[in-house]
Design a protein around this ligand. Structure first.
Ligand code: UD1
Length: 325
């Protein structure tokens, strides 16, 4: 019987966690409804994955998925600040109601611990850098409100129902398998794939906004440590998961020009609604209580991500050639 349930297992971060668990010899259960996840992200897991095709809004499906599980790693969500601005009700239903449904199913199934993908967007407008977990959240987008509400539910379930919960506030996670083809795709997935096909990337605003971009392997490590850390040190708590270094979009564009060999310009456009200016984490709490230590820095992460998109586009071009022959 698998001990781990990964929600959103066909998504970017969920599939990365499932692959790491499988590499460690674990059998994983995963759920996804393929609303944003992709079958190819889990194709390589074979019988290491017990897959449940279900949504966070299906209570019967959730009860079956939680049965016999010790640790839930909750990644399923409709991520994206601009998508939440365009579709606040839909994103609320999945991100808030879906999270509550999962917590209820976990409680009723006697699950030991839920580790939750929270978001740095919770800090919102506060100008102080770096962001510390004890700062007052000041969300400025529906997405930030939804992810923060999930945190409050996590904390409440640990105090009211004794279900252990840990919240990991992700700071702009990037890496292999991140979707590059949606209008809501994260900036690095878009920049890399655009520059690889010799298209100018679009920078919203002046490009001086900065982010604590975090390579996905660091987030995977944090989740696995958050499952096993002693409850008295971590349960009911919130931890920043980042690298503690920030880069502006202009700096990032220049780094990618070198790595990819793109010599064209970037295109500048109007700033995006709901966007925050700077983001940088203090990661000392995660280091102390989770034993977290970011292993892959920004530049190395960019290189690995560029390589992955290059290899993936070579495979899909090869398949197009083979099928059109
Ligand atoms: C926010 C959260 C992040 C969360 C993510 C989910 C913050 C600081 N971060 O990311 O933790 O995981 O939502 O979606 O709130 N941009 C461009 N060109 C593009 C695309 C984006 O210039 O083609 C700019 C955006 O305007 C923004 C930056 O790049 O300034 C990053 O955007 P994005 O990748 O969408 O992530 P955040 O909104 O920062």
């Amino acid at each position: 019987m698998p001990k781990y349930l990964v929600t959103g297992v066909a998504g970017f971060i969920g599939s990365s966690i499932a692959h790491e668990l499988a590499a460690r010899g674990e059998t994983v259960r995963g759920l996804d409804d393929f609303s944003t996840g992709k079958r190819e992200n889990i194709a390589g897991l074979g019988n290491k994955l017990e897959f449940h095709e279900t949504s966070l809004l299906d209570k019967t499906g959730l009860a079956a998925a939680c049965a016999g599980i010790d640790y839930i790693i909750h990644q399923a969500a409709l991520p994206s600040v601009p998508k939440s601005v365009a579709e606040p009700e839909l994103t609320h239903a999945v991100n808030v109601n879906g999270t509550l449904n999962l917590l209820l199913a976990a409680r009723d199934a006697g699950v030991k611990r839920v580790v939750y993908a929270a978001s740095s967007s919770a800090y919102g407008e506060s100008e102080t850098l770096p962001k510390r977990e004890d700062m007052l959240p000041r969300p400025i987008s529906p997405y930030a409100v939804q992810k923060l509400t999930g945190e409050y539910y996590m904390q409440t379930f640990s105090t009211v129902y004794g279900l252990e919960t840990v919240c990991l506030r992700y700071f702009n996670i990037f890496g292999p398998r991140q979707d590059a083809n949606s209008q809501y795709s994260a900036v690095l997935a878009k920049f890399i794939t655009q520059m690889q096909s010799n298209q100018p990337p679009t920078i919203f605003g002046d490009g001086e906004q900065s982010r604590d971009f975090t390579f996905v392997a660091n987030a995977v490590q944090a989740n696995l440590k958050a499952c096993l850390a002693p409850a008295e040190a971590v349960s009911g708590k919130v931890f920043n998961i980042a690298t503690g270094v920030r880069f502006s979009l202009n700096q990032t564009f220049a780094m990618l020009q070198k790595i990819i060999g793109y010599t064209g310009p970037a295109r500048y456009a109007q700033p995006r609604s709901g966007d925050i200016k700077h983001s940088l984490a203090d990661i000392s709490l995660a280091k102390k209580y989770l034993g977290y230590s970011p292993e892959v820095g920004f530049e190395e992460g960019l290189r690995r991500t560029v390589e992955w998109y290059k290899a993936t586009s070579a495979v899909s071009q090869d398949m197009t050639l083979t099928t059109s022959r």
